[in-house]
Design a protein around this ligand. Structure first.
Ligand SMILES: *Cc1c(COP(=O)(O)O)cnc(C)c1O
Length: 412
């Protein structure tokens, strides 16, 4: 706007933000709610649209508050670049929308967050077959590979049974075969583990969980570690090859998944997630210490049939977890012996809340087979090692003694 020209009251107010810098040295990135971005020079607008100049155009394709969070996550993951989405599932769905074509093949861990399992079944029906394998041994992944395998997908610590994928060796296999290696880092978070250390190409984080940490905002992210050679990936459209090759994948994901399917993260949610992220390390230290103490206590009680937690010495992947992760995280699960009803048990808990979230500051419990894994049916549940009495615990930051006492008294 030309300062010398006089406009009416409303016009002036509507456009006054653009008269000066808007950050004011604010310590927190402001919440930018504008959907559209105006330019003095129409040619500049065209250059921004063509990717020749940095800038914002329309909220679905980028927002300054969201960009600030993306940069934060890139730093957390020590990656190249990050895209944020409205939820963790939108970030995972972006893989299929943005990178796969009919006839491509996917190899996925069979130990998965329930909705990711459901998503891969949809992708399979849409003409991109998905093979599910036990990822705790790289040999199972290797056996499932086909000439048209474009992507291997694993979680670090699988929700809810805590199996840990053979992360390093799957990384080496994918690198050798030139296959995209996608690691869902939600259960470890970039504080406990950086998947770039095992050669991951893309990293998923459900920001809803440990990164926000307070259960007040949904969000997801996809970080390119910079390790994958996109020139070897056959599905990049010509128009995204105008960028340097390291950015081909994210450029296509930004357009084909985020822009076209529209799962954009809102600026308010981005702000809440950013604020939560500041205390992530403190929370996760406390959650991990609480979870280890709780796992040990339950493990020593003969009324408990099984405890699953990577921090326990008898966990099948205890050694690899100790090697790769800073701590074992805040999720554990356990089975009660017959005779104690899992619903009655949870109803006797006074601190832990029956609820379906992870990485909250409060301890949450859920009867997995009857809730999040109900839809898939008993057969698939059994194949994933999910007993009908399995209780998943998302351990919070309560005082340790209070938490241990609560889980003990509920045994009756
Ligand atoms: C929660 C979760 C997701 C999905 O995140 P939303 O934000 O709930 O969509 C994906 N992966 C894992 C491992 C999760 O725990």
């Amino acid at each position: 706007m030309d300062k010398a020209r006089k406009f009416g009251f409303t016009t002036t107010i509507l456009h006054s933000d653009r008269q000066k810098a808007i950050e004011h040295g604010s310590l927190h990135k402001p919440i930018h709610t504008a959907v559209a971005y105006g330019y003095k020079d129409a040619r500049e607008l065209a250059e921004v649209f063509q990717g020749k100049k940095p800038g914002y155009r329309y909220g679905r394709q980028g927002n300054p508050t969201v960009s600030a969070l993306e940069d934060k996550i890139t730093r957390m993951e020590d990656g190249l670049v990050t895209l944020c989405f409205s939820t963790g599932m939108a970030a995972i769905g972006a893989l299929a929308q943005g990178l796969l074509r009919a006839g491509d093949h996917v190899v996925s861990s069979s130990f998965l967050f329930g909705n990711t399992n459901s998503l891969w079944q949809t992708v399979d029906l849409q003409g991109m077959p998905v093979s599910f394998v036990d990822p705790t041994d790289v040999a199972n992944v290797e056996r499932a590979l086909q000439p048209n395998t474009r992507l291997v997908f694993v979680e670090t610590i699988a929700n809810p049974r805590t199996q840990v994928a053979d992360l390093e060796r799957i990384g080496a296999l994918c690198r050798e075969r030139g296959i995209l290696y996608v690691v869902d880092n939600t259960m470890t978070s970039p504080y406990l583990f950086r998947p770039n250390a095992v050669g991951a190409s893309l990293v998923i984080n459900a920001l809803t969980k440990s990164i926000a940490g307070h259960g007040n905002a949904l969000g997801g992210s996809l970080t390119d570690t910079g390790l994958f050679d996109w020139t070897q990936f056959p599905n990049i459209a010509t128009s995204y090859k105008r960028f340097p090759p390291q950015h081909w994948g994210i450029a296509q994901l930004r357009a084909k998944a985020l822009r076209d399917f529209g799962g954009a993260l809102g600026p308010e949610a981005a702000h809440h997630i950013s604020v939560g992220a500041e205390t992530m390390a403190l929370r996760i230290e406390r959650e991990s210490a609480n979870a280890l103490a709780l796992a040990k206590m339950l493990d020593a009680d003969d009324r408990i049939a099984a405890v699953y937690y990577p921090g326990l010495p008898h966990h099948p992947q205890h050694a690899i977890s100790t090697k790769l992760f800073r701590a074992y995280g805040g999720m554990l699960s356990f089975e009660l012996k017959p005779g104690i009803d899992c619903f009655d048990y949870m109803n006797r808990l006074q601190i832990a809340v029956p609820a379906s979230n992870l990485g909250d500051t409060r301890t949450l419990v859920i009867p997995v087979a009857h809730t999040i894994f109900h839809e898939m049916g008993p057969e698939r549940r059994a194949s994933m090692g999910i007993a009908e009495s399995l209780i998943r615990v998302s351990v919070g930051i309560e005082d340790t003694e209070d938490l241990l006492e609560d889980f003990k008294q509920a045994l009756g």
